[in-house]
Design a protein around this ligand. Sequence first.
Ligand code: F6P
Length: 365
Amino acid sequence: MYKQIGVITGGGDAPGLNAVIRSVVRTAIKEFGMKVTGIEDSFEGLLGETQTMKLTTRAVSGILPRGGTMLGTRNTGGFCCFVEDKVVFPEETIKEAIENLRKLEIEALVVIGGDGTLAIAQEFYKRGIPVIGVPKTIDNDLAATELTFGFMTAIDIATEALDRLHTTAASHDRVMILEVMGRHTGWIALHAGLAGSADVILIPEIPFSFESMVQKVRAREKSGSRFTNIVVAEGAKEVGKSEIYQDFGDIKSAPRLGGIGDYVRHKVEEMTGKESRCVVLGHLQRGGSPNAFDRMLGTNFGACAVRALANGQVGKMVALQAGYVVNVPLSEAIANVKTVPVNGQLVRTARDIGISFAAPKEAKL
Ligand code: F6P
């Protein structure tokens, strides 16, 4: 049994991170008599003088409903860099961190993060550090798990935004566009679009055409609804075009998406003559208190992660499959992005109830 384990939170924050930390600490102390040390600011806390904190039951008291992460996080840093679209893990940096782990007498790590953070965790594991991953991202795009924590809270926030846009759209007979997060996938847009009664959902998995979108706006007008609500994932793209970026990134940071909502607003206004407005929901989807589901899922993931470590299940990630938390190889979790199945049940349901994805073929229907 490990005497002391470390906990790290990495990548963009997500509601429920503190729920996982609390559960890891309580399970490790109460059930297994381990000590827990929090590594601050993602893996960066393992460099130089090191930045860590002792995590006692008292230290994590009251954090369950709190947003963000008490340990701090970093999206970028010295542990991976981007060279010509490829992710590279600098050997010297990882070596220094592993030496510091040994000095701190931390024998195993619980790493809470998305694909980037878990890819770094996998590098530690390959070099002999026992690691267990916990899947985090509001985008819900991690393979091998049906859900990541943070996603359900993000959907709640996006749904509330759509509800609010609905009444103002209807009052002014406008086209309202809500841009939500979702770098490579449309999970947030699809779920919130269904829950918030969007008329058009634009997702990266289904490239859209303006002809098809305008046809939907016109069809609604004909049927007496003079407003249209559109939800667009930040990574959505027009047929034959690429995503829209705010920033192309550099060696230390990934490219930053953003701007598709305003592009859609401009084109729809131009093509229909209807007044249109765009709202970018941005980091409001990530900040603040987790909903009940994410508190529960984060708590279960945290406890299961410690049990997995104690049972020698390392180089793995806890994952939700068919309602149960299981352990899957880290390599499986980071191999692919989990995209929305374009012929899946939810997309079909959306189409059946009259929601358009503005696919070019829909325009010909
Ligand atoms: O990966 C989660 C995510 O929320 C993406 O949807 C989004 O593109 C990105 O993080 C934004 O990250 P940052 O905090 O660097 O702006």
